[in-house]
Design a protein around this ligand. Structure first.
Ligand code: SAH
Length: 359
């Protein structure tokens, strides 16, 4: 089944290049991830989770969602807001939203009314989310603008890394578009036209790479407008760097069966993503937005009390269960797993209280 998908998707891309010439990386990513018939997110219900290609924090442990729920709840109270839109961007299997809403339900007399909304592009994942969120009232939106006028808290865990990006490559002192081309039936990166607006970055030596995230910018713009109009925040949790030197290089990666693979292999059955550029996001923000972080996922979860929560869960449990809990804890916070590479940042309107967990 997988090989047929790979071949069919490759043929689609090949025909496109034959007909219209080399294509942008963003177009390539869009087709590989979202093609209606053969795209990664359209087809494969095992994309996230232990048996999938990559495992995300909510799929590791419910504690992740519980801590985020308490962090949000703290902010609702401190900001004196009790009617809220809670919007998750790219909810995968719906596990994080489920853990968050279940945690709210457990808070007695919480006195908070939540309109929970899910923004999901894949129909396939949407139906999985519907099944997993049967116990809660949720709505799905196709467009971020479809949100009622209420204070709005957005959550994006491993969402921005999945959005298509473009790249430029330096050659002979100038920056050129980086394209996907075809030769002898093989896809490869080629350099296209020189950019009409040359970036300020040093183009030497040849082969340096710059990345451009148009879709991230467009979505952020809408989110910031909503937050500024109605009050609210955006919580971003994703792998990314804040060091400019590392940023100025190729951050595109493809993961299949928990292993790094080539983006030109296993088209449609392998995940393609890129590192989130937190510095760029910060540079693009209007002045009236509060920024907290980015801090590492390790710092954030430890500040929110992950250690104490896991200790409580393990109390009076068998050594087998305690070992498994400890393994989950380590995956979330250890520097060699998610703790260091994943960063957490909150953007919020000025009237909102500051989030706890950031100092
Ligand atoms: N947040 C989830 C899943 C991350 S995978 C988790 O932590 O487990 C990325 C998710 O973003 C998937 O649900 C994918 O279908 C969705 N997605 C990717 N691009 C999207 C877009 N342009 N609009 C809406 N959802 C998108």
């Amino acid at each position: 089944m997988r090989n047929i998908v790979n071949e069919k998707l490759k043929n689609k891309i090949k025909n496109m290049i034959i007909n219209q010439g080399p294509i942008d990386l963003s177009m390539f990513m869009e087709i590989c991830l979202h093609d209606n018939d053969f795209g990664y997110y359209s087809l494969n219900n095992q994309v996230v989770g232990g048996k999938g290609d990559f495992i995300t924090a909510p799929e590791i442990s419910q504690v992740f969602g519980e801590l985020i729920a308490l962090n949000l709840f703290d902010n609702f109270k401190n900001s004196k807001i009790n009617k809220i839109n809670l919007v998750e961007l790219g909810p995968g299997k719906g596990t994080l939203m489920n853990d968050i809403l279940s945690t709210f339900d457990k808070i007695k007399n919480n006195n908070i009314s939540i309109n929970s909304l899910l923004f999901e592009k894949s129909n396939h994942l949407k139906s999985l989310q519907e099944k997993n969120l049967l116990n809660h009232q949720c709505k799905w939106i196709k467009n971020i603008n479809e949100i009622p006028n209420l204070p709005t808290y957005f959550i994006a865990n491993e969402f921005f890394d999945a959005l298509p990006i473009n790249q430029a490559i330096s050659k002979g002192g100038l920056w050129h578009e980086r394209k996907i081309d075809l030769k002898d039936d093989n896809l490869f990166f080629s350099s296209g036209k020189k950019l009409s607006n040359q970036p300020k970055e040093n183009p030497y030596p040849d082969g340096r790479i710059l990345e451009e995230r148009l879709e991230t910018k467009n979505i952020l713009k809408i989110i910031l407008e909503i937050i500024l109009k109605n009050e609210g925040s955006l919580l971003i949790i994703d792998y990314g760097q804040t060091n400019d030197k590392i940023l100025n290089s190729n951050s595109i990666q493809s993961i299949k069966d928990h292993q790094v693979s080539s983006i030109f292999e296993n088209l449609g059955t392998t995940d393609i993503s890129s590192w989130v550029n937190f510095s760029d996001i910060i540079k693009s923000l209007p002045k009236n937005i509060n920024i907290q972080g980015p801090i590492t996922q390790r710092e954030y979860l430890i500040n929110l009390g992950i250690q104490e929560r896991f200790e409580k869960l393990g109390k009076n449990k068998s050594s087998l269960i305690r070992r498994s809990l400890f393994a989950d804890f380590e995956r979330l916070v250890s520097n060699s797993y998610m703790g260091q590479a994943f960063k957490v940042m909150v953007l919020s309107s000025k009237k909102l209280s500051k989030f706890t967990g950031f100092n």
